[in-house]
Design a binder for this molecule. Structure first.
Ligand code: MN
Ligand code: MN
Length: 301
């Protein structure tokens, strides 16, 4: 039995790729089961409803198990006891992380917009059919990670996969499908400041210290009007409670690719020269992976 596990604080790709990779392994005749390391977000709920699929089982320990990792390859995002598991496979689209394996493994790591794009190609290469419900989740994950093709992380391979998967999923109106997905993605109503920061928070060990950078995808920055101070206080609280050198959250208007960065911590002063009256805007910034974090690394170095 292989457990297929996405990263901590799961986004839609982490859940959808775990489901799809499980189907892929089963098509090979291997027993497999998807698991998740955290609560699913509203967008993922919407996707699973569309597909008529249940969420993976919640499980944070993998000691003694055989595992496949999807959508990451770094220890910071893996189950805490990952070193007691045997990693047999990785499907990812991020920079190579720091997990170690005992035995040879199969690594499917491509510079594309979504892990599900890699998985789509894996199904093609090995000649397996993709079930309709799986096509729905894969298609949705690709549209989520690429923000409906708008992200600079989006490649032709992602577009080709969406085209093929939309046919299998029998999606007739792709624009309406994307619109409903992005509405679910940017739904933050009723979330507390701490929940907002936590929503898509990632840990980045950097220069021997711990850094976290979150991202809140919005339809308009007005959605967080009146909450800026509370969000900044939450970043400060995380720095003191967790000994972080820097904590930030990207408030990203996905319709205009405009990001406002909120940031706190010992290293915060390094960014102040870019702020105007305490407001740091990052124009033309949609992707944390390709734009936000690379810029921050240069500034924090
Ligand atoms: Mn992810
Ligand atoms: Mn992803």
């Amino acid at each position: 039995m292989i457990l297929v596990v996405g990263h901590k604080n799961p986004d839609s790709d982490s859940i959808c790729a775990a489901l799809a990779a499980t189907d892929f392994l089963k098509a090979r005749g291997v027993e497999a089961m998807p698991i998740r390391q955290g609560e699913i977000n509203r967008e993922t709920q919407h996707i699973l409803e569309q597909a008529g699929l249940e969420q993976p089982e919640f499980r944070t320990s993998v000691a003694g198990e055989k595992v496949w990792l999807v959508d990451y390859s770094d220890l910071a995002q893996a189950p805490d006891d990952i070193n007691e598991a045997e990693i047999l496979g990785i499907v990812d689209h991020h920079r190579l992380g720091d997990v170690m394996t005992v035995n040879p493994l199969e690594a499917w790591i491509w510079p594309v917009g979504c892990s599900c794009t890699v998985l789509f190609n894996m199904f093609q290469i090995e000649g397996y059919e993709i079930p309709k419900s799986t096509a729905v989740v894969m298609l949705s994950a690709i549209l989520s990670d690429t923000v409906g093709f708008a992200s600079p992380t989006c490649t032709q391979k992602d577009k080709d996969a969406v085209e093929a998967l939309a046919k299998i999923a029998e999606v007739e109106d792709l624009d309406a499908f994307i619109k409903a997905l992005l509405i679910a993605k940017t739904d933050i109503e009723g979330l507390s400041p701490a929940e907002l920061v936590e929503k898509d928070l990632k840990a980045y060990p950097f220069n021997g210290r711990d850094v976290v950078v979150g991202q809140i995808e919005l339809a308009t920055l007005e959605q967080v009007d009146g909450q800026i101070e509370a969000l900044e206080q939450d970043l400060e609280r995380r720095c003191s409670e967790e000994g972080l050198a820097f904590a930030a959250v990207m408030l990203t208007d996905i319709t205009t690719a405009t990001t406002r960065l909120l940031y706190k911590g010992e290293w915060a002063a390094k960014l102040d020269k870019h702020a105007d009256n305490g407001v740091l805007m990052m124009e033309n910034t949609l992707s944390r992976k390709k734009q936000g974090w690379p810029w921050l690394q240069t500034e924090l170095a």
